[in-house]
Design a protein around this ligand. Structure first.
Ligand SMILES: [Zn+2]
Length: 399
């Protein structure tokens, strides 16, 4: 076998099956992305040998990861058997913790949600541990035959290596041991990550195919807070102890209409979050009778999409600040794309010009244009994030 990375020879030698493992992941990803597909077609597209592909497909079939779904058209000889990912079988439990709600969902290998339930997030960490463990245990009891794994997305700093949540600013929880608690109770493997990092992974996993092609992009989640995920060369960059990407706290101006989760009025989050959108709207309508004080961001986006002037203004003003932050990210990272997710994306036509205008003002003569696009992950990107934590692991360990 030809050894490619001589300077990394030690690491390569440590795992004699490395090339075969990589090939297995390649085949599985081909089946996932291009199903229904035959062994011959995989071999043709990947330039792997037919016999190699056949052996790998047999392994994946045995592991229950793929299934055969009839035959395709013959190109001369025997009709080829078509393959697809095995769906409908529960493999992942996603736990999506947001400042307001927590969702626990059961999903298959394609990330399709088979069952889910949502409850209000409590500021009491011990109570939340109990509720989450109860929810996970229920899925374990209902699916005794299946090998499940858990992925957790949290709105704070989480260390994937130790499984520990270092800090959640909304509730001031530190060193929350939810991963260890779940594993102790259920023996299931748990992967935990910050919500924005989980979204970055979900963009690679469930997002537009262009994300997998671009490989260098930044995700910006506009929600209760503002978070960013950094993807370098197709990998999520997490930094020391998972603390990278906290750009929500970069200073973009003073006197924001609301407080950042850290308490400051200068942070990007204080100027650009859903809370900032609502606060700007409330400022605009404060003299209106009767005052509609309790509007939530979903209602506000609907109003804006129906043309209500104040709602449109609140969104456009916030979009300027989203654009300022993105402009700074582009200057610092020069990514191929910036992908914006969260409910604001529903009003993309109203906000994209402001975002692009502000982001485009940065000095980048002669450098390629960074595309700013709306995420296709939908209204619950962090739930998809929690599931992709498991799926990415499943695919990576399919060797
Ligand atoms: Zn802050």
């Amino acid at each position: 076998m030809k050894r490619i990375y001589l300077h990394k020879a030690k690491a390569q030698i440590a795992r004699p099956n490395t090339i075969r493992d990589i090939n297995k992941q390649i085949v599985l990803t081909y089946v996932r992305d291009r199903a229904p597909i035959s062994r011959a077609e995989i071999a043709r597209q990947t330039e792997l040998q037919r016999s190699t592909v056949s052996a790998i497909v047999d392994d994946l079939h045995l592991d229950g990861l793929i299934e055969e779904i009839g035959t395709g058209d013959s190109t001369g000889g025997r009709k080829p058997t078509l393959l697809k990912l095995r769906t409908g079988i529960p493999v992942a439990i996603g736990v999506d913790i947001t400042p307001r709600y927590t969702t626990i969902a059961l999903a298959d290998l394609a990330g399709q949600v088979l069952k889910e339930n949502t409850f209000p997030t409590s500021p009491d960490a011990d109570y939340m541990s109990e509720q989450i463990i109860k929810g996970v245990e229920k899925h374990v009891l209902d699916n005794k035959k299946h090998h499940l794994e858990v992925g957790i997305s949290v709105p704070g700093v989480a260390d994937q290596a130790t499984g520990r949540v270092r800090y959640i600013p909304y509730f001031q929880w530190s060193n929350w041991e939810i991963s260890r608690q779940i594993t102790t109770k259920t023996s299931l493997p748990v992967t935990i990550d910050n919500d924005a990092n989980a979204i970055a992974l979900a963009e690679l996993w469930f997002g537009d195919e262009v994300n997998r092609r671009d490989k260098n992009f930044i995700t910006v989640l506009v929600a209760e807070g503002v978070g960013t995920g950094i993807v370098f060369d197709g990998q999520v960059y997490r930094g020391e102890r998972g603390a990278a990407g906290e750009f929500g706290h970069m200073i973009v101006g003073e006197n924001a209409p609301t407080l950042c989760s850290c308490g400051s009025r200068n942070c990007w989050e204080a100027h650009s979050s859903e809370k900032a959108i609502v606060a700007r709207y409330q400022n605009q309508i404060k003299n209106r009778q009767p005052a509609d004080e309790d509007i939530n961001v979903e209602q506000l986006i609907n109003l804006a999409n129906n043309g209500e002037k104040e709602a449109v203004e609140a969104l456009k003003e916030t979009a300027k600040y989203i654009g300022i932050g993105i402009s700074n990210l582009i200057i610092g990272f020069s990514p191929q794309a910036v992908v914006v997710s969260g409910r604001v994306v529903r009003a993309w036509d109203l906000i994209k010009d402001e975002i692009e205008f502000l982001a485009g003002r940065s000095v980048r003569q002669g450098l390629p244009h960074t595309v700013i696009r709306a995420s296709s992950l939908g209204d619950f990107p962090t739930l998809k994030g929690s599931l992709s934590l498991v799926l990415a692991r499943k695919f990576a360990s399919a060797n």
